[in-house]
Design a binder for this molecule. Structure first.
Ligand SMILES: Cc1ncc(COP(=O)(O)O)c(C=O)c1O
Length: 358
C-alpha cells in the first residue's frame, strides 16, 4: 500500500482545555484537526489535514436542497501511551463506498482514508479519552458542494473526517431500551436508500422516533415496508434475538443497514458454536417465542453502545417483556468480548483492530 502524501497544516493553538473528560457529551466537541479533500472536474484533489473550523458555504449548496450526502460512524480506543486501536476501519470504509455508489457520490480510496485516520489520531492523541468505556468517535462525511438549484447529480463534493471524544455509554449501568413498532411509518424499502448511510434516512426517521418517545418508548422497531411484519432494525442499531440455542438476526434484505457491530456479533456467536440464523423474522414469531418461553434475550448492536439490551417490545397494543431489567448473559459476553478486543485487552482472532502507534 503506497501512502498518499497528505498536506498537513497544524493548529497553532489547541482547544483541548475546553474538554471535561469526566463529563463528555456525545458529539459536542471536535478534535483540533480535520481531514479534507475536494472533488471537481471528475477527480479527487489533494488530501489535507488542517485545523478544525468553519467552512464557507452559500445557501445554494446542493446538499442542503437535495440531500446528496453519505457518512460513516466509527471509533478509536486508547490502549496505552503508545497505541490507539481503530475498530474495523476497512469494513466501515467498504460500507462508505457502497453508500457513495447508491447516492451517486464519487468513491474514495482506502489508502487515503486510513492514512487520514492515522494522521488525525496522531495529531490529536491528547483528545482520545482514556477511561474505560470512552472512545474517540470518528465521522467521515462526503456531501454535494456545488452551488446551483437543479435536482441532478452534483459535480463538486467535499469530503471531511472529523473526530469527537465520547463518554462511556453505560456509565450508570446497562439500561434496557423499550421498543415500539411504528404507527403508520416505514423506514426503507428494498430498492430505496435504507442500506446506505445517507443523511435523508435519518431526517425521515426523526418524526416516528419523536412520536415513539412521546408515547414513552426509547426507539422504533422498524418492520419491512411492504408486508409490515418482518423485523428490520432499530433507530441506529441492528437487532438480534436469542431463541433457545439460536441467535436469529434479521437478514440484510436491501433495506437494512449492514452494521459493522452486527457482523461482529454474528461472527463471535459462530466462533462460540452458537447456531446463527440470518433470516427473515416476523414480529409475530418474536411474540410467540416470548409467550412460549423460548425467547431469552433481545439486544441491539451498533457502534455507539456496542450492545444495547431490549427490555420490552410493543406491537399492536400488546407488549412483551424480555429479561429482568438487566442485560442478558449472552449479550453481556458479547459486550465484554467486543470491548475487550477494541481496547486491546483480548485476542483479536479476526484482525478487526487497526492499531496506530502514536
Ligand atoms: C440505521 C442504522 N442501523 C444500524 C447501525 C449500526 O451499525 P454499526 O454497527 O456499523 O454502527 C447504525 C449505526 O451506524 C445505523 O445508523
Amino acid at each position: 500500500m503506497t501512502k498518499p502524501a497528505l498536506k498537513i497544516e497544524k493548529a497553532t493553538s489547541s482547544r483541548i482545555g475546553e474538554v471535561d473528560f469526566d463529563n463528555l457529551q456525545f458529539g459536542r466537541l471536535f478534535g483540533d484537526h480535520m481531514f479534507h479533500m475536494e472533488y471537481r472536474d471528475g477527480a479527487w484533489g489533494e488530501p489535507e489535514v488542517k485545523p478544525f473550523g468553519p467552512i464557507e458555504i452559500t445557501p445554494a449548496m446542493n446538499v442542503m436542497h437535495y440531500g446528496q450526502a453519505v457518512f460513516e460512524g466509527m471509533k478509536a480506543f486508547y490502549v496505552d501511551e503508545n497505541t490507539v486501536n481503530i475498530f474495523r476501519p476497512k469494513m466501515h470504509f467498504e460500507r462508505f463506498n457502497r453508500s457513495c455508489r447508491r447516492m451517486c457520490v464519487p468513491e474514495t480510496d482506502y489508502e487515503t482514508f486510513i492514512t487520514a485516520l492515522e494522521e488525525l489520531i496522531r495529531l490529536d492523541k491528547q483528545w482520545i479519552p482514556k477511561k474505560s468505556g470512552t472512545a474517540m468517535y470518528i465521522r467521515p462525511v462526503i456531501y454535494a458542494s456545488d452551488n446551483y438549484l437543479a435536482a441532478r447529480v452534483s459535480g463538486v463534493y467535499s469530503y471531511y473526517i472529523i473526530t469527537s471524544p465520547v463518554g462511556a455509554y453505560y456509565a450508570e449501568g446497562f439500561n434496557p431500551v423499550s421498543l415500539t413498532t411504528p404507527d403508520g411509518f416505514v423506514r426503507a424499502v428494498k430498492g430505496g436508500t435504507g442500506e446506505a448511510k445517507t443523511a435523508g434516512n435519518y431526517a425521515a426517521s426523526f418524526l416516528p422516533a419523536k412520536k415513539a418517545q412521546e408515547e414513552g418508548y426509547t426507539q422504533v422497531l422498524w418492520l419491512d415496508a411492504i408486508e409490515k411484519k418482518y423485523i428490520e432494525e432499530v433507530g441506529t442499531m441492528n437487532i438480534h434475538f436469542l431463541m433457545g440455542d439460536t441467535l436469529v438476526t434479521p437478514q440484510l434484505t436491501g433495506s437494512v443497514l449492514a452494521g459493522v457491530t452486527r457482523n461482529s456479533v454474528t461472527q463471535l456467536a459462530k466462533d462460540w458454536g452458537i447456531k446463527v440464523e440470518e433470516r427473515r423474522i416476523t414480529i409475530d414469531e418474536v411474540f410467540e417465542s416470548a409467550e412460549n418461553g423460548t425467547l431469552t434475550e433481545v439486544f441491539g448492536s451498533g457502534t455507539a453502545a456496542v450492545i444495547s439490551p431490549v427490555g420490552s417490545i410493543q406491537h399492536n397494543g400488546k407488549t412483551i417483556h424480555i429479561g429482568d431489567g438487566k442485560i442478558g448473559a449472552f449479550a453481556e459476553k458479547l459486550f465484554d468480548t467486543i470491548t475487550g478486543i477494541q481496547y486491546g485487552k483480548l485476542d483479536d482472532p479476526h484482525g478487526w483492530v487497526h492499531s496506530v502507534s502514536v
